[in-house]
Design a protein around this ligand. Sequence first.
Ligand SMILES: *Cc1c(COP(=O)(O)O)cnc(C)c1O
Length: 367
Amino acid sequence: MINYGAQSIDQSDIAAVTKVLKSPWLTQGPNVAAFEAALAKAGEAKYAVAVANGTVALHLAYLVAGLKKGDEVITTPNTFVATTNMLLAVGAKPVFCDLRLDTYNLDENKIEKLITPRTRAIVTVDFAGQACAYNKILALAKKYKLLVIADACHAIGATYEGKKVGRLADLTIFSFHPVKPITTAEGGAILTDNEDYYRKLMLLRSHGVTKDKKGFNVMTEFGYNYRLTDLQAALGLSQLKKLPRLAKKRHEVVRWYKKELGGVKKIILPSELKGNSSAWHLYVIRTIKPEDRLPLYNYLRQAEIGVNFHYPTVYSHPYYTKRGFATKSCPNADLYHDTAITLPLHTKLTKSEVRYIAQTIKNYFNA
Ligand SMILES: *Cc1c(COP(=O)(O)O)cnc(C)c1O
């Protein structure tokens, strides 16, 4: 099976982790702070806080943003459920905005009509690694005094009009799960320029406990143990050094796909908008006809091609449907849901594998 995603671990990653195993610190050693400094630099933000995974990074971001029961948050239905699950965890209500059919990101022109007196924030997801239309989104946020929180779990390394994803929103979240652009096994981070957010994130990450004037531990806030280990931070530092090279390979695979599949009329290839450099976490094609989607998906699976589906609309999950989130106001998201297939995209993919995948798609259509 050609997997849809795969990590890239080499000898230098293994050496970095092994070094920590032989050191006095397995958890809160020097690598966590060094990884955070490198992440802040990579995302062009003042501060980065490393945590146990992307999901808890979202939880902490929502907490420090002050989101709570009764608040509405405008977001996309085309995301991994963690984005909205953590909104539910703090009591806030996700309000789903329809998608653009070129980037599959939330449609910035459909946000304004969803704003009510209860709206507190917009949570963007830079889907597949491509930044949302931040100029318009940030202008709307300013006009209505809303926070912008970016779930950039797909998008470390991406740029929007020359700016790195990491400095665009009030809070930006990364994930380092093995399928993401760089990995720490499990891991995540929150980036921000806001010092108050930063201090609170550091506190909540570790039980809400800090040192008092005499140097004793005191708990001042309700917190958690959401820490990243030093082992993982060492892996992350080593991975981050390779991010430009890994990203270049992803762009190369995308060029191969475009060359091989550009002429196939029955499918729509993903696009990168002018001004955007995508992290290309995912390569999603759509069938023109919804009837072709499932048969093509099964045909590719039978040919040992590990196609996948990112994502079923959040409101179509039984947990959400049962709680009244089913919506008829996102026709583009529904069309996307019925036509999208994720093809393999990772840094170990070869040109001949891409050719084989493309040929199998052409065979399906007899093209
Ligand atoms: C991966 C992912 C998450 C969750 O990250 P974990 O590190 O797996 O907890 C959240 N949102 C999006 C969009 C993701 O892709």
